[in-house]
Design a protein around this ligand. Sequence first.
Ligand code: ZN
Length: 295
Amino acid sequence: MLISTTRAFTFKCSPSSFKSFSWSHMDSKPKTVVQYAFMSSASRSPPREACVNDPGNGSISLQEWQGWGTTSSVPAMVTKIVEELKALETDIDAQMTFGGSGGKLQGYFKVQEDKKHRATYQALCDSEKKLQFFSARQIACRLLGSRGYLCQKCWLPLEDCMCSRVIACNLWHGMRFWLYMHPKDFLRQNNTGKLLWQVFGIEAATLCLYGIAEHEEIMWSTFKDAGKNNVCCLYPNKNAISKSVQDAFGQESSADQKCRLTMTNGDKTMNFILIDGTWSNSNAMFSRLKFASFT
Ligand SMILES: [Zn+2]
C-alpha cells in the first residue's frame, strides 16, 4: 500500500456513521515490481512440513503469535484448531505439509482435513460462529505453514528478508491506523499492509484480523471510547469519483472542517481504518464495520 504511488487517492464524505475515504486495492490492479519480486520468491517455495521450529506440542505461544505483528492474546479458537490439526495427524497417521506462497495444506492430509473442516463448518448454524471458525482455521494453517519459513516481521521467506531496509519513523501522535485484514491476507508474502506497523510500530498501526474476536473486541472498544467523530474508514469503492487530496481538502464541507479542527485541537486520537482484502472480501468487512458502529 505504501509502495504503489500511482494509485488515485480519493476522498469522500459518507452519510454513514464512519467518514469514508476510498482507495483501490492492489489485487485489482496490475502487480507492482515489488509484488512481482515477492511472487518470484513464493514460486520457489518447496513443500514443507509443519514441524519446523515447533516448540514440541505444536501449540502457538504468545511470543510466537505476537511476533507476527499482533497485539492480542492468542485467539482461543486458533489454539483449538491447531490442537485439532495436530490430533488429526495422529488419527490418520499423516503429517501436515504446506506449500506455495499462502502456506496452504497439501497432499493426503489436506484431503482429509478438507472433509473434516467442511463438515464442522456446515454443522455450525450461527453465521457469526461460521465466520469465526473460517477465520481461525485460515489463520491456524497460515501460522503452522509459515513457521520457520517466513520472517515474522516482513512476512517474506527468511532468505528474502527485507527488514534491514525498512526505516522506522513516528506517526503523528494524533493519528492511529487500524489495518483491518482479511484472514486470507494474513502472512501473505505480497501483502503490503504489514509495512505500516513495520514503519510506524504496532501501537500506531495496529493489526485487526477480521472474524477474530480477540482482535475485533480491542478495536470496537477503542472506537467506542474515541467516539464516532474520531473514526474514519478508507474503503475500496470501485465507483468512487477520484479526486486528488488537494482537491478534496480544497472543497471540504463544514463537517470535514470540524473533523480537522478535532484532529488539530482535540486531545483525542483520530483512528483510521484501512481495509485490507480483495474487493469482494472488503465489502463484507465494510458491512461488518458499519454494523458494529450501530451496536
Ligand atoms: Zn524480515
